[in-house]
Design a binder for this molecule. Structure first.
Ligand SMILES: [Zn+2]
Length: 261
C-alpha cells in the first residue's frame, strides 16, 4: 500500500469519526494495479506446466468486419462473430475444462505487448468469454513477412463494414501455442481488470502491404503503452529463451525441444 493510499485511508476514517459514524472498514475503490499491456520479460517469466490452450475456433465462420473510431487511439477494425459452436459460429478456446467462447477479434498497431522490449508492427487480439463472464484474450504478435493467406479476405477489403462468410479463424493461429499467461485488463476504456491474458510466443506474419492496409487507417497508432507489472507474475510454458529462436524456424525445432524436456 502506498503512502498516499494509507494517508487517504486515515483521512477517510478520521472523516467518518468526525461525522459520528461507526468505524468503517477500509474499503477503497479497486486499485489500478493489474493493467495491460505489459512488456513480457521472458527471463522473469515463471516456467510452469500451463493448462494448454485447446483452440476450436470456427473454420467456416460468418464474420462482420466493422471499423471503430478510425484514426483514434482507442479505435480498431473488428471482426465480430456469432458466439457459439455452430457451423458458422466463432467457436471457442478451452483451458482447464473451461470454455471461453470467441466474441470478436481485432488488431492494434504497433503491438501493445512487448516481448523483451521488442515491439511488433501489429498485434491480434482474440477476445473470448466464459459462461461466468470472465474474459480471456489471446494476443498474437504479427511480424512482417509472408502474406497471410488466412487473413487475406479481411485485409484486402478494409475498412468495412462488410460480412465475410466461410472464414477460417482457426487458420490464423501459429503452429506453436506456447504462451505467456498473466492477469491483466482491457487495453481500451474502461480498462476493466480481471482479464486473463495469453500472449502466444510465436508470431504470425503479414505482408508489408497487409500491414500498411491496416496502418493507413491508424497513422498515430491504436496501441496503449505498456503498464507496470506491480508484482504480477507472468507464467509460461515456453522453453528457456536460449531455445526460443529454434521455435520460430518451424515445427522441427519444436519437436527437438519437446524431446529434450
Ligand atoms: Zn485489443
Amino acid at each position: 500500500m502506498s503512502r498516499r493510499v494509507i494517508a487517504n485511508s486515515i483521512r477517510a476514517i478520521s472523516l467518518a469519526f468526525c461525522l459520528g459514524a461507526a468505524l468503517p472498514p477500509i474499503v477503497q475503490a479497486a486499485p489500478i494495479t493489474g493493467q495491460s499491456p505489459i512488456d513480457i520479460v521472458t527471463s522473469d517469466a515463471v516456467h510452469a506446466s500451463l493448462l494448454p490452450l485447446q483452440f476450436n475456433y470456427g473454420t467456416d465462420a460468418n464474420v462482420t468486419i466493422t471499423p471503430i473510431d478510425l484514426g483514434g487511439e482507442d479505435g480498431t477494425i473488428r471482426g465480430a462473430v456469432t458466439p457459439g459452436t455452430g457451423p458458422t459460429d466463432g467457436g471457442k478456446v478451452t483451458v482447464g475444462g473451461v470454455d471461453y467462447v470467441l466474441q470478436q477479434f481485432h488488431f492494434h498497431t504497433p503491438s501493445e505487448h512487448l516481448i523483451n522490449g521488442q515491439q511488433f508492427p501489429m498485434e491480434l487480439h482474440l477476445v473470448n468469454q466464459a459462461a461466468d463472464g470472465t474474459l480471456m484474450v489471446v494476443g498474437v504478435m504479427i511480424e512482417e513477412g509472408a502474406p497471410n493467406a488466412a487473413l487475406a479476405n479481411f485485409f484486402d477489403n478494409l475498412p468495412g463494414p462488410f460480412l465475410l462468410t466461410g472464414f477460417n479463424i482457426q487458420a490464423i493461429l501459429p503452429s506453436y501455442l506456447g504462451s505467456y499467461r498473466y492477469d491483466g485488463s482491457l487495453t481500451t476504456p474502461p480498462f476493466t481488470e480481471g482479464v486473463l491474458w495469453d500472449v502466444l510466443a510465436q508470431p504470425i506474419t503479414m505482408s508489408a502491404e497487409q500491414i500498411e492496409a491496416f496502418q493507413s487507417f491508424f497513422e498515430e497508432g491504436d496501441a496503449r503503452g505498456v503498464q507496470p507489472l506491480n508484482g504480477r507474475v507472468v507464467l509460461t510454458d515456453v522453453p528457456e529463451p536460449a531455445s526460443l529462436a529454434l521455435l520460430f524456424v518451424g515445427l522441427t525445432g519444436v519437436v527437438v525441444l519437446r524431446r529434450r524436456r
